[in-house]
Ligand binder design. Sequence first.
Ligand SMILES: Nc1ccn([C@@H]2O[C@H](COP(=O)(O)OP(=O)(O)OP(=O)(O)O)[C@@H](O)[C@H]2O)c(=O)n1
Ligand SMILES: C[C@](O)(CO)[C@H](O)COP(=O)(O)O
Length: 240
Amino acid sequence: MIEKLADRGITTSSGDAAVLVPAAGAGVRLGGDVPKALRELRGESLLVHAVKRAAAAASVRLIVVAAPPHLVSEVRELLTGVDADLVVVAGGASRQDSVARALAVVPEGIDIVLVHDAARALTPPELVDAVASAVRAGHGAVIPVLPVVDTIKRVDSNGDVAATVDRSELRAVQTPQGFRREVLVKAHAEAGGEHTDDAGMVERLGLPVHCVPGSELALKITRPVDLIIAEALLTAEVAP
Ligand SMILES: Nc1ccn([C@@H]2O[C@H](COP(=O)(O)OP(=O)(O)OP(=O)(O)O)[C@@H](O)[C@H]2O)c(=O)n1
Ligand SMILES: C[C@](O)(CO)[C@H](O)COP(=O)(O)O
């Protein structure tokens, strides 16, 4: 595990990617006694599941985890067995903050940066590589998306339907989201405001964001039912 990048002089080759893993959230919607990234699925934390799968992607050179600030040492310990170059930093008060803190330690020489929720624990390495490849192919910002399967309505503050939205134009957005490093750095420096994903910050700057097909296995474990679904996917050996 790499503790201090500046002291280590990591060697990189063109096309290598770093994956930033924001994992500092509380997991209020999931509940439980520990932050969500440390909740277990089949005896392993969601964070270890996510990091192992990201590390298995051929394009990944470095993983930076943003941990809950009071648990940085515990998270380092938890990740000791993962075969990857890894850095753990203290996360921030929001996801965006946690990503910014992780981005700040990515060494020069890594031109592609992916941002990937620890909560998307079962994301296949192939999706990580597909996003990195699309960035390598020339897109400044790339997001994996799925079609929306429910009918979507806009509802007003009284609970009344204001409109039915044309879902053919809608997509559910996942992670990893991939960026040319300079695009992500600029977005974090200049977009302002709070955003629920990194691509939103790039959009705010008026820059293009390209979509690639997502994966149902990259579901975000958010509510208790999602943990049950993830367990079932592992049992059925559908997830890697
Ligand atoms: N201050 C924060 C908040 C969120 N995250 C991370 O961002 C990812 C996506 O967030 P989400 O799934 O919404 O997690 P939580 O914020 O923990 O969930 P909740 O809103 O239910 O508390 C998670 O891996 C989470 O750990 C983070 O690194 N730092
Ligand atoms: C980044 C993300 O996973 C893309 O769908 C999502 O926006 C995170 O949202 P949350 O507000 O942290 O749940």
